[in-house]
Design a protein around this ligand. Structure first.
Ligand code: FES
Length: 570
């Protein structure tokens, strides 16, 4: 057993090298037999007090360790870069690829035979999974779990209310004092955002890919069963090492198709697209926007969760959680896809029952029929754009309007509430230079707040188009991820005030209604206006980040390098 373990290349050695590898472990008070010859399980921890959603992860890691030890393994916890959505400037997405590099190299460089990824806040899931994919040793994900539902002035709230509160304060319907009280009412427990935002979407993604134990996605962070799941996960990863069950055994094309279909059924975040494409790129699985569209099409929305619906993640768990949704999708899923517990998807979800049909509907009477993520094409987005129909307004799904263009986010902030701005509810708001290269880092600003003047008139939604992203907690008729982006001369850079833009979600089209000769003239005169950075990681990022339709990973990070260490000598 010990000779087949990767860790034996460190701890099983004789001579000076073996002495060094073991002696410095012993300074932690660890006896020889504790780690020599046992599966060494890395616990990749994104704990940080600057990532509040993951601030309980040291406790969670202790539960994983108990499971590893009980199963005869040796747990070692290690930190990696942690990306907290709320505090990191200019945007956590700028650092997703950097964190993934940290994870990849941290796993490869150290004597771990298997790894548990502790994931929570939005980017901490894709960055850890991407990095682990490029190493491809046995890997299992434990999510931190959502917060308990917030409670404010007698009603349930969570992160999607941030947008409503913002509009209410701007229109005078809510005071600044009420807003301050709402802060503590919303974030009243440990865990990540309590709606089907990006963090919960990512937790559902890993569960539907087969990378976590069943029910991982929805157990609230504060629920004691979260620790039980973590302990079971520690035991299971130790077994996975003995079975040599690796990521490449689980992350097949069928697994990715399952994840896309499940994401449609739960009304998952648009950020799902960009992260799933990046993960597929690491695994060498051919996946593109058309796969996202075609696998989403026709999948009914079964989960009635904010921002597409009414309920919260806590309700979702009590109603049965993701296994129920997956069970109800029946043969729409590849039920024989293998998962981390060694069982198939079909075996895992067999018999899962819904305890509240208002939260999880059946396919015969779905919550909504407009679901998933629609991929748009047209001369405004030659390489595609994304919209989330379930979170959009039906009356705007087919709409033609005059463009009101903001050349960057600063321009938007400076002019959006200017009484002189020529805009009405039929206008199409266009935001340029918020893509991967242009911002840089592709921030979540695509769901631009509506001009105050229109809010006061009762306008609650408008068509908005950008090369940026939207928070998974956001909603509205918002076209995102326009590719190619403005900063590299995509057609979105050529839009001018007053141009007609036509959106038709059913026909999957997004058209800039300007003739080709005029567009060619504008293209010839176009000059980039985005900031460029000439130092450090951000310089590397701007030079190497790929466009949104490829997952916005670095070009040199696609694929993997396996678990072999390049040079193996002191
Ligand atoms: Fe961390 Fe929403 S801010 S999940």
């Amino acid at each position: 057993m010990s000779t087949s373990l990767r860790s034996a290349q460190w701890f099983g050695r004789t001579g000076k090298d073996g002495f060094i590898y073991r002696a410095w472990m012993k300074n932690q008070g660890i006896p020889d037999e504790e780690f020599r010859g046992k599966p060494v399980i890395g616990i990749c921890n994104t704990w940080s007090e600057l990532t509040p959603c993951n601030a309980h992860f040291r406790e969670l890691a202790e539960s994983v360790k108990k499971g590893v030890i009980a199963a005869g393994g040796f747990p070692v916890e290690f930190p990696v870069m942690s990306l907290g959505e709320t505090l990191i400037k200019p945007t956590a997405m700028l650092y997703r690829n950097l964190a993934a590099m940290d994870v990849e190299e941290s796993i490869r460089a150290t004597p771990v035979d298997g790894v548990v990824l502790l994931c929570g806040c939005d980017k901490t899931t894709p960055s850890l999974v991407m990095g682990a994919c490029s190493v491809n040793i046995p890997t299992l994900v434990v999510s931190g779990g959502p917060m308990l539902t917030g409670r404010f002035e007698g009603r349930d709230i969570s992160t999607s209310d941030v947008w409503r509160f913002n509009d209410a304060v701007r229109s005078g319907a809510m005071t600044q004092e009420q807003l301050t009280v709402a802060e503590a009412c919303m974030c009243r427990s440990r865990g990540h955002c309590a709606v089907m935002g990006t963090a919960s979407t990512m937790a559902c993604m890993v569960e539907s890919l087969g990378l976590s134990l069943p029910s991982n996605a929805a157990i609230p962070a504060a629920d004691s069963r979260r620790k039980v799941l973590a302990q079971y996960s520690g035991a299971r990863i130790t077994e996975m090492v003995r079975e040599n069950l690796r990521l490449s055994d689980i992350l097949t094309r069928e697994a990715f198709e399952n994840a896309i279909r499940v994401n449609a059924a739960i009304g998952g975040s648009t950020n799902f697209v960009i992260h799933l494409l990046a993960i597929a790129g690491r695994m060498g699985v051919a996946l593109d926007l058309e796969d996202i569209h075609h696998n989403s099409a026709g999948i009914p929305l079964l989960a009635n969760l904010q921002p597409s619906g009414k309920y919260f993640m806590e309700d979702f768990y009590y109603a049965g959680g993701l296994p129920v949704v997956m069970n109800r999708l029946g043969d729409r899923l590849h039920r024989d896809a293998i998962t981390v517990n060694g069982r198939t998807v079909g075996e895992n979800v067999e018999g899962a029952q819904a305890w509240n049909p208002d939260v999880i509907a059946g396919p015969e009477a779905p919550f909504k029929t407009e679901t998933g993520l629609a991929v748009l094409r047209g001369n405004l987005c030659a390489d595609g754009a994304v919209i989330k129909p379930s979170a959009a307004s039906p009356h705007l799904m087919r709409h033609t309007g005059r463009a009101v263009v903001f050349r960057d986010i600063e321009d938007y902030h400076a002019r959006v509430d200017d009484p002189a701005l020529d805009i009405d509810e039929n206008s199409v708001m266009v935001l340029q230079n918020v893509g991967p290269v242009g911002y840089p880092g592709m921030p979540e600003v695509g769901n631009m707040a509506i001009p105050r003047r229109l809010l006061e008139k009762g306008v609650t939604d408008m068509v908005r188009i950008s090369d940026g992203r939207m928070s998974g907690t956001g909603f509205g008729t918002v076209v995102l991820h326009v590719s190619p982006e403005a900063a590299i001369g995509g057609a979105i850079a050529l839009v001018r005030d007053g141009d007609l833009i036509s959106l038709d979600v059913e026909a999957r089209s997004l058209t800039l209604m300007v003739d080709e000769a005029e567009l060619a003239a504008r293209r010839a005169a176009w000059q980039p206006t985005h900031p460029t950075v000439n130092r450090g990681y951000v310089q590397i990022y701007q030079r190497h980040v790929q466009q949104a339709h490829l997952g916005a990973d670095m070009d040199f990070l696609r694929g993997g390098s396996g678990s072999e260490v390049l040079r193996d000598s002191h």
